[in-house]
Design a binder for this molecule. Structure first.
Ligand SMILES: [Mg+2]
Length: 197
């Protein structure tokens, strides 16, 4: 089995963004429920009002987003090797298109929250596998959070790589953690040279 596809998360993975999720959760009063699920469970007019609050935070963060250092080189390596690239995010289509255009990036498959398939469910990853015609063992997930790990587990994708400087946070999780895109690129480059990874 060879590596044929990489499924990327967007915020914190492909781009560096600053979200104060604790502040956002407090503002929305999500009471421990994942944000999108919480918002969708509300009645109008509260629902629309709170969606607008989230969208404002997202718009501001997106406008300030930077491409993660080393990411262009990593994506370039995958292109060169003919590896498929997918982008799966709980962010909106509007913000995804803004960033793809701003940084001139292309993915073979893009799944945004408008699909109704949200991490930490494995559903959006399963949709990618179907869309690209790949098996779960032929793909890996590259993310930056527990949501990415949970979604990969649920979808049965065995290889998960996390970009995060705080390795401790992922100590007991089924994922390899890298502090930079360059370090991850090195690892993937090695894996691509193996017939059975
Ligand atoms: Mg993320």
């Amino acid at each position: 089995m060879k590596l044929k596809g990489v499924i990327f998360d967007m915020d914190g993975t492909v781009v560096d963004v600053t979200y104060d999720w604790n502040q956002i959760r407090a503002d929305l009063n999500t009471q421990g429920v994942p944000i999108l699920m919480y918002l969708n469970s509300l009645e109008e007019p509260e629902k629309s009002e709170k969606w607008r609050v989230l969208e404002k935070y997202e718009r501001e963060a997106t406008e300030k987003a930077r491409l993660k250092p080393g990411m262009r080189g990593f994506l370039g390596l995958l292109n060169q090797k003919g590896i498929k690239k997918a982008l799966v995010t709980n962010n909106s289509q509007r913000n995804v298109f803004f960033l793809l255009e701003k940084f001139n990036l292309e993915f073979d498959c893009v799944i945004t929250r408008e699909s109704g398939l949200w991490k930490p469910s494995g559903a959006p990853f399963r949709a990618v596998l179907e869309n690209l015609g790949l098996k779960k063992e032929e793909c890996c997930v590259v993310g930056d959070s527990h949501f990415d790990i949970k979604a990969a587990e649920e979808a049965g994708i065995p290889h998960v790589f996390i970009l995060n400087e705080d390795k401790e946070r992922f100590a007991s999780m089924p994922a390899e953690v890298f502090s930079s895109a360059e370090a991850l690129q090195k690892r993937i480059k090695n894996l691509l040279e193996k017939d059975n990874w």
